[in-house]
Design a protein around this ligand. Structure first.
Ligand SMILES: [Zn+2]
Length: 519
């Protein structure tokens, strides 16, 4: 007896249909699983066998071979159990395989017959739809993830009993199974996902004009940003509002981001459709692997969870240098690559870095009335942000402590929506400028292309030369200033970079000079 079922497979970010072929024939009794399989896939043999036995189905004493194809892709994880079980039942004549030709399965079986949650249901649902598969059976716990994909019917099953009910029902009946549960979940609205928590708004920030402006410029031109200043200067308050001034995710981006969360096992019961721009803030004790991703069965790390959004490193100087080093390559390539002996995994990591830090161990430098740190202490503290990382950061803004008068008499700040409108307009201008070329934002320009896209008039060039000669700007800062001036002009709606744009750009590079001297 032979049968064939579809399962959903995932390699890195890519999901694809896997053929699970089951053959039961006479011969030396045995049970073999073949086709580039990881340890967890192979252990499925025991899980499926016992779960079926506990549901009253004993496998025949015969030669059983299960082949997972395509063989050239390494298969990992526990999600193949349901397809293997369905294939075995079809071979044993318990169910009609003909009615399952357009159905794929994804889920782990526990020994007691419970169907356990798996990662990656969302990208699998998208890929199965793409492949023309019309039904997907997944663990009930993951069903909401798949239901956000239109054009494929996703059914969640809690245990072997429900799984059998599904398999033995007719095609018409299947579509109605467990629908009350689905309805209930919909009315419950999921379990308080990201979309429910209100994003904090810039209107709650009093004073801090220059840090707010730095945040706006960073968001408009995709410039990585470092806020340096004493405790209580509202650095975290500004950073945590930055996702709210970026344009909303497009539909494509939303599915892409939600797929990463699904593969990382962090989509919970959130509806992928209402996902907002990520704001990810790892604690400074996070491990390099926690940031980059990895594990025995590789999963996306926090850099990928911040994809298309903000990665906020609070107390940036407190992160270990080994951890900060992990940022370098993704800030360049916008992807994270995890290499293992059995293959490599690439996850997207196109995030905007926002760092915040005290400028010295006590936090009050350069206020020498309050800061008693020695020059050596200060230098050592600042040098925790290595040159190559600092080099990738366009804006180093110095933030000042919030004054009492700002809180009392200060005007309520501008709302995030108003700032976002300017950011969106500036981004629109960049889109027109760069077209379909390799760049999307001013912040991405290489040194040479910065000169090309940020051309200056004679007067403006002379202005920058004077700034440089006065020692207000290092040679390394030159291209950063050009790119920032371009973004500031874009926020201004100006096609030509003027002296006022340049001088503001020089100002937002001031923190670098103030703290790191000529870096
Ligand atoms: Zn100090």
């Amino acid at each position: 007896m032979f049968s064939s079922m579809y399962a959903g497979g995932i390699a890195g970010m890519k999901a694809y249909p896997v053929r699970v072929e089951v053959d039961i024939s006479r011969g030396l009794p045995g049970f073999e699983l073949v086709g580039s399989l990881g340890k967890e896939v192979r252990e499925g043999k025991e899980r499926v066998q016992i779960a079926l036995k506990n549901a009253g189905f004993s496998l025949p004493v015969a030669r059983i071979t299960v082949n997972l194809s395509p063989a050239d892709i390494q298969k990992e994880g526990t999600g193949y159990d349901l397809a293997i079980a369905a294939g075995l039942l079809a071979c044993m004549g318990t169910i009609d395989p003909g009615s399952l030709a357009e159905t794929a399965f994804l889920g782990e079986l526990a020994l007691d017959g419970e169907v356990r949650r798996v990662n990656g249901v969302l990208p699998v649902a998208l890929a199965m739809r793409e492949a023309g598969i019309r039904n997907l059976v997944v663990p009930a716990e993951n069903a909401a993830e798949g239901e956000s994909v239109s054009g494929i019917r996703v059914t969640g099953v809690e245990n072997m009993k429900e799984f059998l009910t599904y398999l033995q029902a007719g095609p018409e009946e299947r579509s109605r199974l467990f629908s009350e549960r689905r309805e209930g979940a919909r009315q419950g609205g999921g379990a308080g996902g990201q979309e429910k928590r209100g994003t904090p708004d810039f209107s709650d920030v009093y004073g801090q004009e220059s840090a707010r402006r730095a945040a706006e410029i960073a968001a408009a031109g995709f410039h990585h940003l470092l806020l340096a200043g004493p405790p209580g200067a509202g650095k975290t308050m500004i950073a945590s509002r930055m996702a709210g001034i970026l344009p909303p995710l497009t539909d494509g981006e939303r599915m892409e981001v939600a797929s990463i969360y699904s593969i990382a096992g962090k989509l919970e019961e959130r509806k992928a459709g209402s996902f907002t721009r990520p704001f990810v803030a790892p604690h400074h004790t996070v491990s390099p692997q926690g940031l980059a991703g990895g594990g025995r069965l590789p999963r996306p790390g926090m850099l990928s969870l911040a994809h298309r959004g903000i990665l906020f490193l609070d107390e940036m100087a407190e992160f270990s240098s080994e951890t900060l080093e992990v940022l370098r390559q993704p800030m360049e390539d916008k992807t994270v690559r995890i290499v293992r002996s059995r293959g490599s995994w690439t996850y997207p990591a196109d995030f905007m870095l926002v760092g915040a830090m005290n400028p010295c161990p006590c936090g009050y430098y350069p206020d020498r009335n309050r800061c008693g740190c020695s020059d050596t202490q200060i230098r050592r503290y600042l040098s925790r942000i290595s040159g190559p990382i600092l080099d990738r950061i366009d804006i180093v803004a110095e933030t000042a402590a919030v004054q009492l008068k700002d809180l009392r008499g200060g005007e309520k700040g501008e709302s995030s929506a108003a700032v976002r409108k300017r950011v969106e307009e500036a981004r629109q201008r960049q889109k027109l400028r760069f077209g379909n070329g390799p760049y999307r934002f001013n912040g991405e320009l290489s040194g040479r292309d910065a000169e090309r896209y940020c051309a200056l008039g004679t007067g403006e060039r002379r202005f920058l030369e004077r700034v440089f000669e006065a020692g207000e700007m290092s040679l390394r800062a030159y291209h950063k200033v050009l790119k920032l001036a371009r973004t500031i002009a874009d926020l201004d709606g100006e096609e030509t970079i003027g002296t006022r744009h340049l001088s503001e750009a020089v100002y937002y590079n001031g923190g670098r000079k103030q703290f790191w001297k000529g870096e």
